[in-house]
Write a protein that binds this ligand. Structure first.
Ligand SMILES: [Fe+2]
Length: 231
């Protein structure tokens, strides 16, 4: 695999992210993987990044890769490289993904309840009511971190001009927000609100997003504001 720049950094105890650029039509929203070291001593990977040799070394220094999770039907790129590199790992799919990735064998489909294999460390729920995708949302309990993928973006002023313009057009510039595309996809507000209520039952302060800056603190209030339009 070609060596693109992947930045791997520790965010908290037993919690890391790997970030790299992702250019689509000249717009760079970036892309983020989240890695959690489970109490079992094994690694749980969410929305995996390019598996460069450097990233592989960094992961292998932490622990064996046990779970590779695709949180929605868009974030499944690179999973094949993890399947090849870690034959013992389990690949878990979001609803609708197995039909799109018949080349991969998944050991399960993620749903509303946390998998018993990681429930000690992570809570999870499906975010219902969106016809674009049913995203699975996670909570890393120990670090009080909510892990989102495409439900909210948060693109900062440091991004290049065209990316900033695109972020403005999508309503996700310089704030944690649901993109206009995702808003249009919210076809069942009652179901979406019920999923949101479940998320707000969790204890979190930080919010990781798949694209854009991580909200390091005050994540609850920012998430409330991000969904205020749905009231
Ligand atoms: Fe995405």
């Amino acid at each position: 695999m070609k060596n693109v720049g992947v930045t791997f950094r520790e965010l908290d105890e037993r919690l890391w992210v790997a970030e790299h650029s992702l250019k689509i039509a000249g717009i760079d929203f970036g892309r983020r993987m989240t890695a959690v070291l489970l109490s079992s001593g094994e690694l749980w990977l969410h929305s995996v990044a390019h598996l460069t040799s450097e990233l592989r070394e960094q992961l292998d220094a932490i622990g064996p890769v046990r779970f590779v999770v695709s949180p929605n039907r868009f974030h499944h790129k690179y999973m094949e490289y993890y399947r090849a590199a870690y034959p013992e790992a389990e690949l878990l799919a979001s609803p609708g993904l197995p039909e799109r990735r018949e080349d991969l064998s998944f050991s399960g489909i993620l749903g509303d309840e946390p998998d018993p294999q990681w429930v000690t460390d992570l809570d999870q729920t499906a975010f219902h009511g969106n016809r674009i995708s049913t995203e699975i949302v996670f909570l890393h309990r120990a670090s009080r971190t909510l892990i989102l993928t495409d439900l909210c973006f948060n693109l900062p002023p440091s991004r290049p001009l065209f990316t900033r313009l695109a972020a403005r057009a999508l309503g996700v510039y310089n704030r944690l927000a649901v993109s206009r595309t995702m808003r249009r996809g919210m076809s069942d507000h009652d179901a979406a609100r019920a999923s949101l209520e479940r998320i707000f039952e969790w204890d979190f302060d930080r919010v990781i997003v798949g694209h854009g800056d991580i909200v390091e603190t005050g994540g609850r209030e920012k998430l409330e504001r991000a969904f205020a339009w749905m009231e």
